[in-house]
Design a protein around this ligand. Sequence first.
Ligand code: ZN
Ligand code: MN
Length: 444
Amino acid sequence: MKYIPVIGLEVHVELKTESKMFCGCSADYFGKEPNTHTCPVCLGLPGALPVANKTAIEWCIKIGLALDCKISLLSKFDRKNYFYPDLPKGYQISQYDKPFCEKGSISIRSGNNTKTIGITRVHQEEDTGKLIHDIVNEKNVSLIDFNRSGVPLVEIVTDPDFESAGEVINYLKKLQQIVRYLDVSNADMEKGDMRLEPNISLKLSGDQELPRYKVEVKNINSFRFVEKAINYELKRQEELLEIGETPKQETRGWNEKKQITQSQRSKEEANDYRYFPEPDLPPFRFEQSYINELKNGLPELPEQKLYRFQSEFKLTLYDAEILTREIELADYFEKTVKTGKAKNLNPKQIANEIINKKVNIDEISPEVLAGQIQAKFQFTKVDKKELEEAIKKVLRENEKAVKDYRSGKIQVIGFLIGLVRKETAQPIDTLIIKNLLQKELSKQ
Ligand code: ZN
Ligand code: MN
């Protein structure tokens, strides 16, 4: 290959806190009547003062910890200045040079290998309002809904370590899974809980340095679109490079209708935003013990659960991957294993049933499922031949017990059932063994 893709990613994740980032308004705005979740702070009225949401900051730090970041013990908020009608203050409260979390990493799947992607930073900021372009009294108008204004966002920035759209998608799926396991965001793409901005460039194979340009594609809200946008850009840029041009450093947008990216504006530099420390919020100083506490409070993360399921339950990677994809399903599986133990079910049988039958975990309780699997085993999975042979062997080797039974001590059948059970590889219902044993014993 002549060119190597150089791709980095910015992801904005909306947190599902009860209240907004810097005021007490409800952050549960989706589908609500416009401009009903607002106050002077999130409307940016003069003199209104922000108060930081402690839960949001803890969740931001948890995301950082789950991504193996270093947590800054000294941190602060900054103002990012720009003009846009959905930003009432004229600036966004964000973090510039002292983000909560920096220098992490995550391992992702790339083909049959795993690959480490560097996490540059994880910082906290606030969402903007929403512009709605509509027609009122036959006039084109732009309406603004400030319900989303000030909802907590966490921005996760990677190093430019991806070399294909496929790697980006694997990362995004994993990130989505992690924030859901942490229970800090629904990460629902359709609702805009996760917005994606890949930056894409190409370098000549063998080049050690990063390319001198990069193209950022803004605000994509679907994994499929991000894949298409990246592949489109790689092709477009290669064609430019091939005729000796350098692609322009710019921001582009994905046009789903035309299946192309389109130039929006030339890319801002950080100094265009005139970042400066937010004067209305004092800096943060964290104790290491507090960070440790947050770290110890993290739940078992997807990767740890995946490995544990393979070793503890002897599952294949494939099965373990499906069962740990969502934490609800993983919990359901473990509960079924627990109740299934008393019924002699092994985890593998339970995994098969859940995966192959696509069990609806909202409708069938783990207890009921375990019962169903047990019933199925009694009547369909008994290998009759194997069972008959086991019975014959046991009767051959236990002449005394057989004699006893035939002379009227019928309670020895319990002892014989136990021996047959040991002979057969799979759990078989007692009643079935008993019936066959009785039949065999009455033959002479
Ligand atoms: Zn508010
Ligand atoms: Mn941002």
